[in-house]
Design a protein around this ligand. Structure first.
Ligand code: ZN
Ligand code: ZN
Length: 177
């Protein structure tokens, strides 16, 4: 693959003024994408951008995110009940899986690859649909396994690490409950 354009180049080609906060915010989103984190709340973007620039107000970060989203360089997704998440993966009409248990948000490819990939039944005549933003809600594998273990009455196993203790017993396969 050819090298990806730098944040400065991308801002320029989108017709945005190049400012150091915008470059920092776009860099942060680009790095999250490379690190397969993809989606960051504004607070995390602000923290990382601040680490690069020294100081940057939260409002300035929101302004940058807003400008990037409007220019199509970033995408904002707003799953109900969760903070708005920002990502640098744009232009491919991908959708999201959101876990009701832990809030984990995962990209899934659009089956068609271009908007609108779904058309409603019974849209009013003359309404031109140009996008369908799909959020698939459910439970991730870890949360589903924890649910299954709880439903099966498995004894609570103290979780060893990373604050998962509150989520209940460790995932274990207990088929046929
Ligand atoms: Zn989950
Ligand atoms: Zn995404």
């Amino acid at each position: 693959m050819p090298t990806a354009p730098s944040s400065v180049e991308r801002l320029r080609s989108a017709g945005l003024r190049v400012t150091s906060p915008r470059v920092a915010v776009l860099d942060v989103l680009g790095e999250a994408l490379t690190a397969a984190e993809h989606h960051l709340p504004a607070a995390a973007v602000a923290e990382r951008a601040r680490a690069r620039l020294g100081s940057l107000s939260t409002q300035a970060v929101y302004d940058c995110l807003d400008a990037l989203v409007r220019a199509g360089l970033a995408r904002a997704i707003e799953p109900a009940g969760l903070p708005t998440l920002y990502e640098a993966r744009v232009g491919d009409n991908h959708h999201h899986l959101v876990c009701r248990g832990c809030g984990a948000t995962t990209d899934v490819d659009c089956a068609v690859g271009a908007a609108p990939c779904l058309l409603p039944h019974g849209a009013p005549v003359g309404f031109v649909v140009d996008e369908a933003e799909v959020t698939f809600w459910g439970r991730c594998a870890a949360c589903a396994a924890a649910d299954g273990a709880a439903a099966a009455g498995a004894p609570a196993v103290p979780a060893a690490a990373d604050g998962a203790a509150a989520a209940g017993p460790a995932p274990r396969a207990t088929p046929g409950a």
